[in-house]
Design a binder for this molecule. Structure first.
Ligand SMILES: Nc1ncnc2c1ncn2[C@@H]1O[C@H](COP(=O)(O)OP(=O)(O)OP(=O)(O)O)[C@@H](O)[C@H]1O
Ligand SMILES: [Mg+2]
Length: 390
């Protein structure tokens, strides 16, 4: 099975990427060169096959337009060359918190739904975060007073209540603990703040898995929460990725034992990925994404990361990307980051090839496994591409 990406610019042949095994793909290039568009093409191709679960991490809120067919006449015209037609896709739009509140009104949600996507609020369970993650969320050191108290409180909740606890249970546990009043108050204020984020389940434990749909493109719209001090976007990604990793590890074992499982393989697409697994600094989602990139092949987890700044992406993720779809790059640091991944089969003057890329959707695709570098014009989208500026 293959994803049709576009046409080899030299010989006009179709260019495809195999998708029957897990892949790690980097999509890079300077702003406006077509990274999100190309990622959309990959998503559409995968959705057309319909075998794996697709999860799109969408920091700009642009992918929900995939429910609509492409309406750009020039693009529709050349779709036939690729045996594709303009069409919209089934889409499950996951919105952290309450969609009506996040989108600013019931009429907005209704109007969006009229255009196709199923819109669901996504809430995290407090138990989806390990005690360490709770401390990291608030930048607390486990060896200091506040950190150690919060760590113990969350651990106590786990011990007593399993996965089924709410923020109020953490509060009640902290209140019963011995310790300085000042430390307690500081932690209680933080839990209070977590209530205000409206990101957590308030009534019952709900498996995040329940909201991912196997027959739709699952889009997590992170544009509705500010990146902000507490890295809430990273938190949501970390929880989802951790959960999927766990589920797929169990499923893989079942598959190997010949037992049935209904947990399909998963592809995660991350736009603006340098925000989630940056080089240098640490974020809540970095560790799991590195693990996904490094150890996710066996459980059937694929990764596609897009970034205009590959030099700002964690090298541990970057070096795992055996397929690199390079759009035009002009920054030296970013060129260096790509060149650092160079293999023997690549020409010494890679830079001159990258400089030659001009029009939108023109790419250089480097495939380490096939030891090939091909200039590819990415084919038009079947669905409407979002993200044009106002
Ligand atoms: N393969 C293509 N065919 C036709 N048009 C394209 C193609 N790729 C990109 N474009 C056009 O280029 C524009 C910019 O593309 P896109 O939004 O994907 O850029 P980007 O690299 O993601 O930019 P940013 O870094 O700002 O997010 C799109 O609106 C689209 O119209
Ligand atoms: Mg983009």
């Amino acid at each position: 099975m293959h994803l049709l990406i576009g046409k080899d610019i030299d010989d006009g042949n179709m260019f495809r990427i195999p998708c029957d095994k897990s892949q790690r793909v980097l999509v890079c290039g300077k702003t406006g060169t077509g990274k999100s568009y190309t990622m959309g093409v990959l998503i559409e191709e995968l959705a057309n096959i319909g075998e794996d679960i697709i999860l799109v991490i969408d920091p700009q809120g642009i992918f929900w337009t995939m429910t609509q067919p492409n309406e750009v006449a020039k693009e529709i015209d050349s779709l036939w060359e690729f045996d594709r037609e303009a069409k919209g896709f089934n889409l499950n739009l996951m919105v952290p918190g309450d969609p009506v509140e996040r989108y600013g009104g019931e009429d907005v949600v209704e109007e969006m739904e009229r255009r196709g996507p199923k819109i669901q609020g996504l809430r995290l369970n407090p138990s989806d975060l390990s005690p360490e993650m709770w401390c990291e969320l608030f930048n607390l050191d486990i060896n200091e007073l506040q950190g150690s108290m919060l760590f113990k409180a969350v651990r106590t909740c786990y011990r007593k209540l399993g996965h089924d606890f709410l923020l109020d249970d953490i509060t009640a546990t902290v209140e019963k603990m011995r310790g300085l009043d000042k430390t307690k108050e500081a932690i209680l204020r933080k839990i209070e703040m977590a209530h205000d984020w409206q990101l957590f389940e308030e009534s019952r434990y709900r498996e995040i898995w329940e909201i991912l749909l196997p027959n739709a493109v699952n889009v997590l719209d992170l544009s509705v929460i500010a990146q902000g001090r507490y890295g809430l976007r990273n938190l949501v990604v970390a929880v989802l990725a951790n959960f999927i990793f766990r589920m797929r590890t169990i499923a893989r074992r079942r598959e190997e034992l010949g037992l049935t499982t209904d947990v399909k393989k998963v592809w995660i697409f991350i736009d603006e990925a340098h925000n989630f697994c940056p080089s240098g600094s640490s974020t809540l989602s970095k560790e799991i994404l590195i693990r996904w990139a490094k150890e996710g092949r066996q459980p059937g987890l694929s990764l596609v990361v897009a970034s205009q700044q590959p030099s700002a992406l964690s090298a541990e993720v970057l070096t795992q990307c055996g397929i690199r779809i390079v759009h035009r790059i002009t920054s030296k640091a970013d060129y260096r980051a790509i060149n650092a991944l160079s293999q023997d089969f690549l020409p010494d003057d890679l830079q001159s090839y990258i400089k030659l890329l001009s029009s939108k959707g023109q790419t250089l695709i480097i495939d380490d496994e096939l030891e090939k570098m091909v200039q590819v014009q990415v084919h038009p989208r079947q669905s409407a591409h979002g993200g044009a500026s106002a």
